[in-house]
Design a protein around this ligand. Structure first.
Ligand SMILES: [Zn+2]
Length: 938
């Protein structure tokens, strides 16, 4: 499709809009970011931002990726990305990573990189910014990445296996199918030959010089952007960029980054890809069209276009969701969005995604296509559009209200998008103002006109890919079957969609309000505790972290352990079934329509020893949110259609779970640890299909029938008087039988002593997995033990990464996991070494877990200990400014009488080698409980 046509609707609108917005046709660029360009072409973005405080984020983005590779370099854009962490001019070997960790930057979470077809981006985030030497070092790292990666032969050779291990881990199922079929999805385009993971023959065998050639050719200032956002001095950073980067020269004959075209296809492309590790069918149908030209993205048209495709996607989702609930609908889920066509930035496509019902692939695709055609023929209704528009505006409103607390990282990502894809940088203030003016002016007819153009009813530029589960003896449909079905839908005569909307209010009448009986304050943690007339407890803490956020939870003791057959699907999937149920006479679909434009929602949660609700809302929508809570406790009712759809989806996923190596391994670890206890196994498809809705609702009555057992927690920027009034109205009014705790039982059945489970499994992509777990059940639940567990785990994690990934190159990921948990009042601690290993190196790698544990007990690595402490201390400051953190702290205090906040940093500071060593020896190892599970390919 040609773009000009696509713009007609938007342009027509603009004509009427100019006077209203009294704005230039060019979008205003955010003034709070300093954007500049050096003479050598290096672009930079610098912004001071205070959220989170005292830290900053550093990015380097390059406009190059795997499409710039030569045939002999396939995969080297990605290998190069790995090499950036293995020696640079100023940070030899692993020093870069070690240095960042030493100032509190967590590897993986705060330090990472990614490579795609058109971009390669590196970043480290939440770096302490108060010390100038640290800021200077961070700038030096960016400089090294831009042109000082060492690329020694030794380091390259050590990294080959790590990338190969990553290939084993990642390229399975849909990824494998895409890798195989990419040339057919992109006939005549280089994109078809440049899947970023590349060729393993190149990774294993390329000469170092081939890699260096790619680096020299493409990593140049004119292809790079430096982005620094955080609690920093903008002038200082700009000076640094100038002094560090200005001297880098770009050769006069430097190769240009060319746009890689994606040719049109006159004939439809229909493909069926099979893979044994693809758990369920997923079908994509893309209707290609030209991408919005970069040079026009700074215009008001683009803002309008982007808004229209946004609400289009939103309305399609709602239609598909409603359709999927019909008992004979052959798809379980579908969505359609106008976005980049798979991996190519030069082409966009309206992309339909369908998850069909089992055995109904072709019918599912056709049914989803039919809904698109219905929109093509008749458009959306005014009421659908009204909801989508108010939802859109409500989200902008929320972002606007929370603008003082926009995280630094979202600015960074915005600037990466500006640099790579020319996306505009409009401040949230301007966006809010513009959209409030523009959105109400855009009629549903304009969106319908756009939809008509996006939804193509011919085979030209049509690309359809089915990814299906490969099974022995299974009969497959052919690409022609999909083509025939699509052709038939295109000819159908359809009827317009009818939007049924319930006009009544959520609650017919307000419940009889109760009162607040008692009030206490907790000075240390700064919250108020109320006891209500019905016996319910309320904890509330007012904060100003986010102007437009209130987080909530309701919890009570009990959970799965007080229900009959806790291993059954009725119990294991109860939270999903309840969250998909009706409230009063409002079915799930009615509820979604009624809540459009409101930021509120609740989720049921059940664990082994507790149950409750969680949710988030805004001050404006607080009353609706309180009504939802009231209804969740009093009016849950059957929505057979919604629940049968979700059960179907879960069961289909579970049917082929034996093909999923990851899931099989996890399940083996759990069944070995808990002696085959069914509560801790992955439920089977049969169990899920046997769910009885009546039993789920009986259980709900038992768990949620007595408000006196619950603690309701509110943290955020509420109006005190208003919240109190709502609490009396909607929570103190909940039915109650007086406080009668459902005493949680203990479902745990830990195996004792030393247990080993080494097994073999048939695999498509041979990959070994190992978990070495130490456990103690004799450990008090205290702040000190919690911190000890965390620090010890981090020390082991760094050691395993160093020994198994870096030294042996035996894994893409090797590390440690650990936690101190409490269930039914009894605490237990587990620490595990975990690794996804190259099978050929597994025998060498697995003993490293034990070795590392012994070495750490003998003498914990002091540097790693310091790094772990720095990471926790820094994170503590960041966390303490979030509402979710306080919800956790208050609930823990209320439930266990333990203050995990006040002394936290003091306890972290007090960590030393002796304490770690004693904890691991006397608490963890002394118990004698140890589980080893390994899975090897057959
Ligand atoms: Zn990688």
């Amino acid at each position: 499709m040609k773009l000009r046509k696509l713009f007609v609707a938007a342009l027509l609108l603009m004509a009427g809009l100019v006077q209203v917005s009294a704005q230039d046709m060019t979008l205003p660029q955010d003034k709070n970011v300093r954007v500049g360009k050096l003479d050598n072409g290096l672009t930079y973005y610098i912004r001071h931002n205070n959220y989170p405080e005292k830290v900053a984020n550093y990015y380097i983005a390059q406009k190059v990726g795997s499409v710039q590779e030569e045939e002999s370099q396939r995969g080297l854009a990605h290998l190069l990305e790995h090499m950036a962490f293995n020696g640079t001019d100023h940070f030899k070997d692993n020093l870069l990573q070690e240095y960042l960790q030493s100032i509190g930057v967590e590897y993986g979470r705060n330090l990472n990189a990614y490579t795609s077809t058109d971009q390669t981006v590196y970043f480290f985030t939440d770096v302490p910014s108060t010390r100038q030497t640290a800021v200077d070092s961070c700038m030096m790292i960016l400089k090294d990445w831009s042109n000082g990666i060492s690329l020694t032969e030794e380091a390259i050779n050590a990294e080959r296996d790590i990338v190969h291990n990553e290939y084993r881990m990642r390229i399975i199922g849909l990824q494998k199918i895409l890798e195989t079929l990419l040339p057919k999805l992109y006939p005549g385009s280089l994109y078809g030959e440049r899947f970023p993971i590349g060729l393993m023959s190149v990774i294993d065998g390329c000469s170092p010089e081939t890699l260096r050639a790619y680096y020299r050719k493409w990593y140049r200032p004119d292809n790079q952007a430096i982005i620094v956002v955080g609690d920093i001095d903008v002038d200082y950073i700009e000076g640094k960029i100038k002094s560090l980067f200005s001297d880098i020269k770009v050769p006069a004959d430097a190769a240009k980054v060319e746009i890689v075209p994606v040719p049109d296809n006159d004939e439809g492309i229909y493909l069926v890809g099979k893979d044994k590790e693809q758990q369920m069918s997923i079908i994509l149908a893309a209707m290609k069209h030209d991408a919005f030209p970069d040079e026009m993205k700074q215009s008001m048209q683009y803002l309008v276009f982007d808004y229209m495709r946004n609400v289009f996607g939103d309305m399609m989702s709602a239609r598909f969701a409603e359709e999927a609930q019909k008992p004979d609908c052959p798809f379980m889920q579908a969505g359609a969005n106008d976005e980049q066509f798979l991996v190519s930035r030069s082409k966009d496509a309206l992309t339909l995604q369908v998850v069909p019902r089992e055995g109904k692939d072709v019918e599912g695709l056709a049914a989803a296509m039919r809904e698109l055609k219905r929109v093509h023929d008749f458009g959306f209704t005014a009421t659908e559009y009204e909801r989508a528009r108010s939802e859109y505006l409500s989200q902008i409103e929320k972002a606007y209200n929370n603008r003082e607390k926009t995280p630094s990282n979202s600015f960074c990502q915005e600037y990466v998008q500006n640099f790579i894809n020319a996306e505009p940088i409009v401040s949230i203030e301007d966006q809010h103002q513009l959209m409030q003016q523009i959105a109400p002016m855009i009629p549903v007819e304009a969106v319908n006109e756009l939809a008509k153009q996006l939804i193509s009813l011919t085979d030209s530029n049509f690309v359809c890919l089915a990814a299906v589960t490969e099974k022995e003896g299974k009969q497959y449909y052919q690409p022609e079957d999909m083509k025939r079905a699509i052709d038939a839908v295109r000819q159908e005569k359809l009827e317009a969609y009818v939007d049924n909307v319930k006009q009544e209010p959520l609650m017919a009448e307000a419940p009889k309000a109760g009162t607040i009986k008692k009030e206490e304050t907790n000075a240390a943690l700064g919250f108020t505790k109320l006891t209500l007339s019905n016996g319910a407890t309320v904890l509330m803490k007012k904060t100003d972290f986010n102007a437009d956020e209130i987080v909530f939870s309701a919890t009570a003791d009990g959970g799965n352990s007080v229900l009959p057959n806790p291993e059954s699907g009725d119990v294991q999937l109860a939270s999903i079934v309840l969250s998909q149920s009706a409230l009063g006479s409002f079915m799930t679909t009615d509820l979604q329509k009624a809540l459009a434009g409101k930021q509120c929602g609740t989720q049921f949660s059940l664990s082994n020893d507790s149950h409750g609700l969680t949710g988030t809302t805004t001050p404006k929508d607080l009353e609706t949110f309180m009504q939802l809570i009231h209804l969740d406790f009093t009016k849950v009712a059957k929505d057979e259609k919604a629940v049968s759809n979700i059960i179907n989806l879960v069961a289909t996923q579970l049917k082929n779970i034996s093909q999923n190596n990851e899931a099989v391994f996890e399940d083996s670890v759990m069944s070995t640890t808990y002696g085959n206890n069914p509560v801790y196994r992955v439920p089977t498809a049969e169990q899920v299909e046997a769910i009885s809705y009546d039993r789920v609702l009986d259980n709900w009555k038992k768990l949620f029938g007595n408000a006196a057992n619950f603690t309701f927690t509110f943290v955020g920027n509420y109006d005190e008087a208003q919240l109190r009034q709502f609490i009396c109205q909607y929570i103190a009014s909940l039915p109650s039988k007086g406080k009668k705790d459902l005493k949680a039982g203990d479902l745990r059945t830990f195996v004792k002593g030393n247990v080993t489970n080494n097994f073999k499994k048939k695999m498509e992509n041979p990959q070994a997995q190992a978990q070495e777990m130490w456990r103690s059940n004799e450990v008090p639940f205290t702040l000190e033990n919690d911190v000890l567990t965390d620090v010890a785990t981090r020390i082991l994690d760094m050691m395993y990464n160093r020994e198994i990934r870096e030294k042996l190159s035996a894994a893409y990921h090797a590390g440690a996991e650990g936690s101190l948990d409490v269930e039914a009042g009894k605490a237990f601690v587990t620490i595990s070494g975990v690794g996804k290993l190259n099978p050929e190196k597994a025998a060498q790698a697995v003993p490293e877990f034990q070795k590392g544990m012994k070495a750490t007990i003998a003498a914990p690595n002091q540097e790693d200990l310091n790094k772990a402490k720095q990471i926790l201390l820094k994170q503590a400051d960041v966390d303490a400014k979030t509402n979710g953190y306080w919800r956790r702290i208050m609930n823990r205090y209320n439930r266990y009488g333990l203050d995990f906040h006040t002394d936290y940093k003091k306890v972290v500071e007090s960590m030393n080698a002796q304490k770690i060593s004693q904890f691991l020896q006397n608490v963890l190892l002394k118990s004698g409980h140890h589980v080893e599970v390994t899975m090897m390919p057959e």
